[in-house]
Design a protein around this ligand. Structure first.
Ligand code: ASP
Length: 582
């Protein structure tokens, strides 16, 4: 038996017990006649004492050879500690050791295994197994497990069945590139790793499974943006015989359940907003509604003077920054520089200070009088003491720019409190999205999403105006889930493929299996998928998902611990019939 207790377990009530503990040496303090060792395992730290008077001499001698991260086993007696440590649960006791076994030695670890570490990300990732010994990482992984358990609990109680779907599949377009796996047995042919189990979950509905979920790995070969992983985990769900309303209710329930079980937070309002309203009011389809600073469109009240920048703009729009009237000229200039950074891309910014005395001072006083500015204040909800920031230009661009500014200012003003949770459904997404590069429409969500029946007629005339039965769940400015009611008949699906630029032959080659299945009584169905990594990070009050993934990849998609991706040897290539032409 390696251990009778864990290193986090023993208390004053255990004094006099004979115990066996195993773990890692966190640190040793050698006072010559007495040696203390902090012994650590997943559960905590227990202090060991080796005492010349009470511990056999050979054992003391062996204790002097212990180094950091040695794995040891000790047998001894629980005794009361002289100087108690109130900071740890085992701080009232220590183990007077009389037997010591070194189970394994350790070379000196390259990172500091303490809660606080100065070691950089790269070195921590290279030695992730040591990093995992640190409390913050270990606790994040345990937290992830707990969230996963609660998800399974909730969905199982709602009658969902977890079904595994294959990883070696045929490509499913969800907007990203596939990771490809060559098939040895089928020369010249390839599997794709799933971007999501989308088609399979729909086939499960045809199969009558009715309520499916899976906590599942998905793979997308995208250019990595910060905090994206090429492989990530979704809570993937699908239901049959449901309408959008049913799905929103079930998953609103899941969100409430998780927030209450995990965070002890009871959510009041769970608002819904159309995509159009979200874009108009927040410039963004995943608005953070923990704070205001809503957009005020100013076209009607700003395009009547000689100010050509505004007159020629498609959209003139502003936000009120609480307390911003007190910003100095220098601070405002800095803000203007900020919106002009290439990442944001505004050409400039007009501002209005709403003075405490009810007057206005703007950067465009030459063109606008106090009455004009008062109207702007009304439109943006600015009060005395606020600063109105106004951007103008092409609608989509300006919305994105002002939305970036809104988020930045909220961050600076401390309005994004990680312990406050404001979920929101964004509904009625457009079905199609114009792609500048390929000059054609793409499915905004994916090609299986159904159009709103009342909009189908617009498919031929104004495809960009067709709304979908698609919805996103947004939490604190993050999209954490998205889904749709699917097309379940062959004809509509064929119509969609046609509008997405697939010839009937291409559609058949890629999705024949789905269209075939739709001929055998496909029930009406719909679903949703949550980004599990992000959900866990948000619930954990963190911004980065990496801390919640045991073995994450870096920003270039590399696992620097195992050094992947890597070359494979020529024999393997030959077997796969792949010739590299480098
Ligand atoms: N498969 C979709 C996605 O990964 C989710 C869904 O439509 O259920 O975003």
């Amino acid at each position: 038996m390696y251990r009778s207790h864990s290193c986090g377990e023993l208390r004053a009530s255990d004094i006099k017990k004979e115990v066996t503990l195993s773990g890692w040496v966190q640190k040793t303090r050698d006072k010559g006649f007495m040696i203390w060792v902090d012994l650590r395992d997943r559960y905590g730290i227990t202090q060991l004492i080796f005492d010349e008077e009470r511990t056999p001499a050979l054992v003391v001698k062996k204790a002097k050879t212990l180094g950091r991260e040695f794995v040891i086993q000790v047998k001894g007696t629980v005794i009361e500690r002289e100087s108690k440590n109130q900071n740890i649960p085992t701080g009232e006791i220590e183990i007077l050791v009389n037997e010591l076994t070194v189970l394994n030695e350790s070379i000196v670890p390259p990172i500091i295994i303490e809660d606080q570490t100065d070691d950089g990300e790269d070195i921590r990732m290279k030695y992730r197994y040591l990093d995992i010994r640190r409390n913050p990482v270990k606790n994040s992984l345990i937290f992830r497990h707990q969230v996963g358990m609660q998800v399974r609990n909730y969905l199982s109680n709602e009658g969902f069945i977890e079904v595994e779907t294959p990883y070696l599949i045929k490509s499913t377009p969800e907007g990203a590139r596939d990771f490809i796996v060559p098939s040895r047995m089928n020369e010249g042919q390839f599997y794709a790793l799933p971007q999501s189990p989308q088609t399979f979950k729909q086939l499960l509905m045809v199969g009558g499974m009715d309520k499916y979920f899976q906590i599942v790995k998905c793979f997308r070969d995208e250019d990595l943006r910060a905090d994206r992983q090429p492989e990530f985990t979704q809570i993937d769900c699908e239901m049959a015989f449901v309408e959008q309303e049913d799905i929103l209710n079930i998953f609103e329930g899941l969100t409430r359940y998780l927030l209450s079980e995990i965070k002890g937070v009871k959510i009041g309002d769970f608002p819904r907003m159309t995509y159009e309203d979200a874009m108009r009011t927040y410039g963004n389809d995943k608005p953070d509604i923990r704070f205001g600073m809503k957009f005020g469109e100013l076209n009607d009240i700003a395009q009547h003077k000689e100010f050509n920048v505004f007159n020629t703009a498609e959209l003139v729009v502003g936000i009120a920054v609480p307390g911003g009237a007190s910003y100095t000229r220098k601070e405002i200039d800095k803000l203007i520089d900020w919106v002009k950074r290439p990442q944001v891309g505004a050409l400039g910014m007009v501002y209005v200070k709403c003075n405490e005395d009810g007057t206005y001072k703007s950067s465009v006083d030459k063109f606008y009088d106090q009455d004009d500015l008062a109207k702007w204040a009304e439109a943006t909800g600015a009060k005395a003491g606020d600063l109105i920031c106004v951007l103008s230009g092409p609608t989509n661009k300006v919305r994105a720019q002002l939305s970036a500014l809104r988020m930045e200012l909220a961050e600076r003003l401390g309005l994004r409190n990680p312990e406050e949770f404001a979920p929101l459904w964004v509904v009625d997404f457009p079905l199609l999205e114009w792609d500048e590069e390929t000059e054609r429409y793409h499915a905004m969500h994916h090609p299986f999403t159904s159009p709103k029946p009342e909009d189908i007629a617009l498919l031929d005339t104004k495809p960009g105006d067709v709304r979908a039965n698609a919805y996103d769940l947004v939490l604190n400015g993050n999209e954490i889930g998205g889904g749709s009611i699917r097309i379940h008949d062959k004809e509509t699906q064929a119509l969609m493929f046609d509008h997405l630029g697939f010839t009937p032959e291409e559609a058949k080659a890629q999705f024949g299996f789905l269209m075939d299945a739709f001929q055998y009584g496909a029930p009406p169905h719909g679903g949703i998928a949550f980004g599990f990594d992000r959900l866990v990070a948000i619930l954990g009050g963190q911004e980065t998902i990496r801390d919640f993934i045991a073995f994450p990849k870096n920003n270039s998609g590399r696992d620097i611990m195992i050094d992947a991706p890597s070359n494979i040897d020529s024999e393997q290539l030959k077997e796969l019939n792949i010739k590299l032409d480098l």
